[in-house]
Design a protein around this ligand. Sequence first.
Ligand code: ATR
Length: 275
Amino acid sequence: MDNYAVVGNPIEHSLSPRIHGLFAQQTGETFRYERRLAPLDGFVESVELFAAGGARGFNVTVPFKTQAHDWVDELDDEARAAGAVNTVVLEDGKSLGCNTDGIGLVRDLLHNQGLQIQGKQVLLLGAGGAVLGVIRRLLAENPARLVIANRTVSKALTLAVRLAEEYAEVGCEITGVGLGEVAGFYDLVINGTSAGLQGTGDLIDASVVRQAVCYDMVYGSSTPFTRWAAQAGAVRALDGLGMLVEQAAAAFYLWRGVHPETDQVLTELMRERAR
Ligand code: ATR
């Protein structure tokens, strides 16, 4: 039996085993997929033990994505650019680090939510690991303007300058600002901060989201950010469940060479959480 896992801390609430279980049912693939709690100071020991047991791969979640990037033997382009790994393929005694978060977000926005990024005004909240993991995929969809807003302004500015250089030919206006300075109107506002996990979700001025679709990269039937956005008058307030399913589907493809039908799985998970 091929073994896979999701490695994180905490890990008990991870939906990944359920998602990969549904993919396995749908595609007829057979394997084991477990949750692995790694000690906060013991990620490397934990995954080396798992790999030594003959595992075929694993997903990586908070707070280990950067450590996974440093641990693997090889990186794909996405993981190298993001400096973070969410999927590891173990093959012939070697580890390949990949990052499927960006493709997961973009697929959810375009295919599941029926949204457009091309030509749109996009506001991205945060400038940490979660944002680095998705920002290049977003830029590849050719938004007209991308504003990065962060509590620590210098991080937003540094990232914006770097990306503006990298994407000079794309014709997207890329700027960095502080959260308090965000003004104007946007088509799409994506929360990539970790602030909403316990907070109020109240990160920017409410007027900014009145014509926007708001998207939280965190999942949950309602998150502080989606609750705030809905109250502030956003056109739609979406959580990151679809992104979770899509990043998992891309990982499944890397491991098994089969791409599952994600819409069935997303519908099932939405039904389960509405119960
Ligand atoms: P992750 O890997 O989850 O992105 P991270 O790299 O530590 O974690 O980044 C966390 C992001 O959430 C950062 O953009 C952080 O802002 P700072 O760069 O100013 O630290 C943002 N963040 C965390 N707590 C926040 C809060 N209470 N209000 C606003 N932004 C917050």
